[in-house]
Design a protein around this ligand. Structure first.
Ligand SMILES: [Zn+2]
Length: 259
């Protein structure tokens, strides 16, 4: 179904809710303030699945909604984010690295400033799912899919799907590409195995295909003023500027990103 061009949806990317100040961290107090900011504007935080169900039914993204996504499945989602979301009646999508559940974020070089942190257990994930949190896949081992063979990409997706089904008794619908890394193979397989897939393309979603949904990383919205501007629909130009800067860095320094 075609989505009207003027209809935009912010899909926010969080990673860890912790006080370290790393590039992928949002402090617990800041997170609580951001959720207050949504409620003050009568904007609801929801899961990706909820927003997509609305778009499939109505042909447009829901109004006064932002989608809250959390990559990597840090255990601090359970401890620090969930109580805040619960107070506001919000939901969210957590993209889990299924082979690390109950373990640590030790799948590769960690983003600067981020220590070794625990990942959700399956028991915690099951409790979250019962509370309305969508549990999606962020692959089995957090490999950059652009550097994998077709068979490896397929395995990363299928094994993570099977793990979620086994532990939670539900079929995951959403997927997030590690490091935002997409190529024709990973895109084709993600479209086969999942209803929707998220990239790290820095902008609000519009009439995008569901297998390459752009998101707005909270790293760029740490200031309260910027966050408020995004909610008021006034930040598209700033995001375009940052997007170009990021692309240039990747071309000149082969920076594949740490997210
Ligand atoms: Zn990740």
């Amino acid at each position: 179904m075609k989505v009207a061009n003027t209809n935009k949806l912010a899909i926010l990317t969080y990673h860890s809710v912790d006080p370290s100040g790393s590039v992928v961290s949002v402090g617990p107090m800041d997170f609580a303030r951001q959720m207050d900011c949504l409620s003050e504007r009568a904007i609801r935080g929801t899961s990706l699945a909820e927003a997509i169900t609305f778009r499939e039914r109505m042909g447009v993204w829901p109004e006064r909604v932002v989608v809250l996504t959390f990559d990597d499945g840090f255990a601090n989602f359970y401890e620090a984010a969930m109580p805040v979301l619960g107070r506001h009646g919000f939901t969210a999508t957590v993209f889990t690295v299924c082979g690390h559940m109950g373990g640590l974020n030790d799948w590769g070089p960690r983003p600067e400033g981020l220590g070794v942190l625990p990942i959700l257990s399956w028991q915690q994930a099951a409790e979250l799912a019962r509370s309305g949190i969508e549990i999606g896949s962020h692959t089995q081992t957090h490999r950059d899919l652009r550097r994998c063979s077709t068979a490896q990409v397929e395995k990363e997706m299928m094994v993570s799907r099977a793990e979620i089904e086994k532990h939670l008794g539900l079929q995951p619908q959403s997927f997030a590409y590690p490091y935002g890394g997409i190529d024709p193979v990973s895109r084709r397989l993600a479209a086969t195995h999942f209803r929707a897939s998220c990239t790290t393309e820095l902008r609000r979603a519009n009439s995008d295909p569901l297998d390459v949904l752009p998101r707005v990383d909270m790293h760029y919205l740490r200031s309260r003023q910027r966050f408020a501007s995004l909610l008021d629909g006034q930040l598209d130009q700033y995001l375009a500027f940052r997007r170009l800067g990021r692309r240039a860095r990747r071309v000149f320094f082969s920076d594949s990103g740490t997210l």
